[in-house]
Design a protein around this ligand. Structure first.
Ligand code: BGC
Length: 577
């Protein structure tokens, strides 16, 4: 391939080379037909394919149907590399079916604050866990011949002032917390592209940051892939090219080419800089060409298989937070009546909004799936309990408590409404909408056997925790989350998810509380290394639920531990009697 790249570089005109450094339109790169250089298609990402019908349309909310897998918060709680690899393979197959060569994901930024507006798209507060999961994902997608885009490089930890904010972070923290996963994935999985973020890092925009793009990524880590910009993140093309950005996305209809051409002719940008960017762009498109496989069809059989995988993933990612008196799993054979409460049971919240929003191939609801499982042997009651907004509606609550009282057990489906978690802005509080909290409290007051089943992409407070007998954090579980809820509630699946991030008791306890979200385009990462559980441990602050927490229906007992000092020193652990 390198020979072919050299040959092409020799045959391309300067004009053609400059043109190649900007996309053709929203989603594709420029072809050079006379030399047989193809155009490739890049699509979001990360938890399903968002293939827009037309390549020159941003098309929010207008993608062709694909499987909507659980978002990263949920996937990460599985702590399961093989599950994440299976999802990666499935998404890659859909990319092939839909004519996409590069998937814009995974998102691997560290969750610095639970308020981060895109936290649902990111895995964890922990760099090691993030790296392990992302390596599994990238390897799986790329083994199927589809490229990935590791994003958003770097320190993309908030949405407030998202195009201009500067993350002011010290070097040790930058490398050990915020760059660690990028480094590991780059070195161990070689993503075809890395996406430079919107924000600035220590004053320098990510797309113009020669320290991050050239010194660290390309020179120290030996990255040979293509550095692309986040969409419209390039402000100054000259600075971006000189800093090591290769491909600007999306295309601007050629308007920037003349300016770059002039800069090269004036000697302000050496032609070798353009050649280096083009070399990497050619590597990307030729790689895509080389890995082309026979097209798959996203037919009914594949849709069903991927939906089943999405259901398994949603169940694996859900975390059982509380289960007093072994209320769960519910016994299908003996349960006489069940009250399913909460609008989300029939109008599920299963993914976040913004560039990651997938048009699902189908959507299961918890209500229908529970009904299917129970058949006619158990009376099923339903009450929405809250409306589409966050205001308390006493009539809906009265109807819901009446249903709850009448049944043997109540399950309340609650969480964050879509407008509360959206790319482009951060949350301003940890609380659920008042309507949801009030409903849960009211149901718990009349029904001692109440399960709360949550749908949210990032941590929420639980003022009713003592009253609810059981709680499951379902995260944003994707299009099959409803089926997963039924599987978990009735014990067809044993919950085994563990939190990939700390659930705090209150906002004031969170690591970035004093510094987030910053002001006047600057945010100081004053907590330094003490991100996530590192902070709670050091400050001895008890969280609501710690990182790694998660119950299951099985009980474990350790007894007669014998520790062998010599063995421990050698790294082999204890023996349990
Ligand atoms: C987002 C990226 C996304 C791109 C293309 C940007 O606004 O930050 O994550 O890949 O749009 O949709």
């Amino acid at each position: 391939m390198e020979e072919r790249i050299n040959e092409l570089l020799g045959r391309l005109t300067l004009e053609e080379k400059v043109a190649l450094t900007t996309g053709r339109d929203y989603w594709t790169t420029r072809p050079v037909e006379r030399l047989g250089i193809p155009s490739i298609w890049l699509s979001d990402g990360p938890h399903g394919v968002r293939k827009i019908r037309s390549s020159d349309d941003m098309g929010l909310g207008d993608a062709v149907p694909a499987t909507c897998f659980p978002t990263a918060s949920c996937m990460a709680s599985s702590w399961d590399r093989s599950l994440i690899a299976a999802i990666g393979k499935a998404i890659a197959a859909e990319c092939r079916a839909l004519g996409v060569q590069v998937l814009l994901g995974p998102g691997i930024n560290i969750k610095r604050t639970p308020l981060g507006g895109r936290n649902f798209e990111y895995f964890s507060e922990d760099p090691y866990l993030t790296a392990e999961l992302a390596i599994a994902f990238v390897n799986a997608v790329q083994e199927e011949g589809i490229g990935t885009s590791l994003k958003h490089y770097a320190c993309n930890n908030q949405e407030f002032e998202r195009m201009t904010i500067s993350a002011e972070v010290d070097m040790r923290t930058l490398h050990e917390i915020y760059l660690y996963a990028f480094e590991r994935v780059v070195k161990e999985a070689r993503p075809w592209t890395v996406m430079a973020a919107y924000n600035r890092i220590n004053g320098v925009p990510a797309t113009e940051n020669s320290y991050l793009l050239t010194t660290v990524l390309k020179n120290e880590w030996g990255y040979e892939g293509c550095v692309i910009s986040d969409w419209t993140a390039v402000n100054d093309k000259e600075k971006a090219l000189l800093a090591g950005l290769d491909l600007e996305m999306p295309g601007k209809g050629g308007s920037g080419d003349m300016a770059v051409l002039r800069l090269v002719k004036e000697g302000r940008i050496a032609e070798s800089v353009i050649d280096e960017a083009v070399r990497r762009i050619l590597r990307l498109v030729l790689q895509a060409e080389q890995h082309q496989r026979p097209a798959v069809s996203f037919d009914a059989a594949l849709q069903a298989a991927h939906h089943a995988l999405a259901r398994r993933a949603a169940a694996e990612g859900a975390v059982l937070l509380k289960n007093e008196h072994h209320l769960l799993p519910l016994d299908r054979n003996s349960l006489s009546s069940l009250a399913v409460i909460g609008r989300f049971a029939r109008e599920p919240r299963y993914q976040g909004a913004g560039s990651s929003q997938v048009t699902p191939s189908r959507v299961d609801t918890a209500y229908d799936e529970i009904k299917k499982l129970l058949g006619n042997q158990c009376e099923l009651l339903y009450a929405p309990g809250y409306g589409s907004g966050s205001e308390v509606d006493e009539n809906l609550i009265a109807e819901a408590t009446a249903a709850a009282k009448q049944a043997a057990v109540a399950v309340v489906f609650a969480g964050l409404p879509p407008e509360w978690e959206w790319e482009g802005f951060d949350r301003d509080q940890l609380a659920l909408p008042a309507a949801h909290n009030r409903l849960i409290e009211a149901v718990c007051a009349v029904q001692p056997h109440t399960v709360v089943y949550l749908a949210n992409g990032s941590p929420v407070t639980m003022p009713w925790l003592d009253q609810a007998e059981a709680v499951i954090e379902g995260w944003l579980g994707g299009q099959a989350a409803g089926g997963a809820a039924a599987d978990l509630l009735f014990g067809l699946v044993n919950p085994s998810g563990k939190l990939a991030e700390t659930l705090p008791r209150r906002l004031e306890d969170t690591p970035a509380y004093l510094n987030f979200p910053g002001e006047a385009d600057s945010v100081r990462y004053g907590e330094g290394l003490f991100v996530g559980y590192r902070y709670y441990d050091r400050k001895k602050i008890a969280p609501l639920f710690p990182f790694g927490f998660g119950l299951s229906y099985t009980s474990f007992e350790y007894s007669d531990l014998q520790c062998d000092r010599k063995g421990l020193l050698k790294g082999i652990g204890c023996r349990c009697g």
